[in-house]
Design a protein around this ligand. Structure first.
Ligand code: ASP
Ligand code: ASP
Length: 370
């Protein structure tokens, strides 16, 4: 990617997400960086999920899996995780492996030269000297955007993928969440028109913020935000819902909304942000917990979701219920992230071509057997 003409960071960071998205794209609907849920429209999602399904199917057989691994063996990815992570880290790592990409990581600030006083910008430029992708998680809200800006104004921009930025965004979690919702509702009319109940710490839960935004792309979706008064969803997200005509309610009565929910998205208390942002919280909110005795109230197709890790807001007794989708979310994260990386790299074209050839051959074999 060529060096871009961008305003200096002090000006660029003031722009709205809508004003920034163009500079994060390669043009013609193809992402370069993946930083914010604002970058995804319905056409992008439909294409990405079709690719996700193909990657998932191909990975099941040796030949398909070796084909995928042959696509990007000449590329390397840095997993730069400055906050704890199990799933996002592992699913990005395995997503890279699916496509043959080799990975390295920096997961502990004390092993980075930042402790010697190196600036964040120099650290990022250093990564771009060795790697073709930077996948990063950071406690600072604009840091992934800053990394992208720093690279785009250098001679060697590589894609930056935001794997969680402070309390603000977790765009790839939203991708896997919508994928999981769509699969869950395949046999009951799709995601359109469904009621999604979010519960817990909505003030500081970045996954809910990114997902709520994506749900505006699905006509007729209704959202219920159930949280303690002091952990209500912030107004910036509510304003997006109002502007898109997505209907929502805010409530403190979680249990009262269980019976109408088509999906329930549980979240834990994000108490790692306590004090830093002036809030102080309990370790859990018992009145925003889902227990085995609630299962009888839920709709038969209700999808129970959680970005994980969980505490006691989601009872382990629910884990083997067919409506529990959180383990599938984990696995879907790997497939959707592999599709995202394939899209950014442009090898999606080869995957679609390989798949249509397989389908053509299968059709031909079926015809000749008739
Ligand atoms: N679900 C989060 C993640 O994917 C938290 C964790 O890692 O345990 O990173
Ligand atoms: N794993 C999600 C995140 O990284 C949710 C959580 O940590 O509670 O935001």
């Amino acid at each position: 990617m060529q060096r871009r003409q961008l305003p200096p960071w002090s000006e660029f960071q003031q722009l709205s997400p809508a004003e920034k998205v163009e500079s994060w794209s390669q043009g013609e609907g193809r992402l370069w960086h993946c930083l914010h849920a604002k970058q995804f429209d319905r056409k992008f999602l439909d294409g990405l999920y079709e690719l996700t399904n193909i990657i998932r199917s191909l990975s099941k057989a040796r030949a398909g899996s070796l084909f995928l691994q042959s696509l990007l063996p000449h590329k390397r990815a840095m997993l730069y995780f400055m906050q704890p992570s199990t799933r996002t880290y592992l699913s990005f790592k395995t997503a890279c492996e699916i496509l043959g990409i080799r990975t390295s990581d920096v997961r502990d600030a004390s092993t980075s030269s930042e402790v010697k006083g190196e600036t964040f910008e120099d650290t990022i430029r250093t990564f771009s000297s060795y790697f073709e992708f930077i996948i990063m998680r950071h406690s600072g809200e604009g840091m992934a955007e800053l990394a992208a800006h720093c690279l785009d104004t250098s001679d060697r921009s590589v894609p930056v993928l935001n794997a969680g930025s402070g309390k603000d965004q977790h765009p790839t979690q939203a991708l896997l969440d919508v994928y999981t919702l769509r699969r869950s509702f395949e046999s009951c009319g799709g995601l359109e028109g469904k009621t999604i109940l979010f519960a817990g710490d909505l003030l500081r839960g970045r996954t809910v913020r990114s997902l709520a935004r994506l749900l505006t792309l699905f006509p007729g979706v209704k959202i219920v935000f159930a949280s303690p008064e002091k952990f209500r969803m912030k107004d910036d997200v509510l304003a997006i819902l109002r502007a898109s005509g997505t209907s929502y309610v805010e409530t403190t009565d979680f249990l009262g909304h269980l019976k109408d929910a088509d999906a329930i998205y549980m979240t834990r208390v994000q108490d790692e942000h306590d004090n830093k942002d002036g809030t102080k919280s309990e370790k859990s909110f018992p009145e925003f917990s889902l227990r085995a005795e609630h299962l009888d109230i839920l709709k038969p197709h209700c999808a129970i979701m959680h970005p994980l890790p969980r505490r006691d807001e989601l009872a382990v007794e629910i884990d083997n219920n067919p409506r529990a989708k959180y383990w599938r979310q984990e696995r879907n994260g790997m497939w959707t992230r592999a599709a995202l990386i394939a899209h950014i790299s442009g090898v999606d074209r080869e995957i679609f071509a390989y798949w249509s050839e397989l389908c053509r051959q299968a059709h031909h074999t079926a015809e000749t057997k008739r």
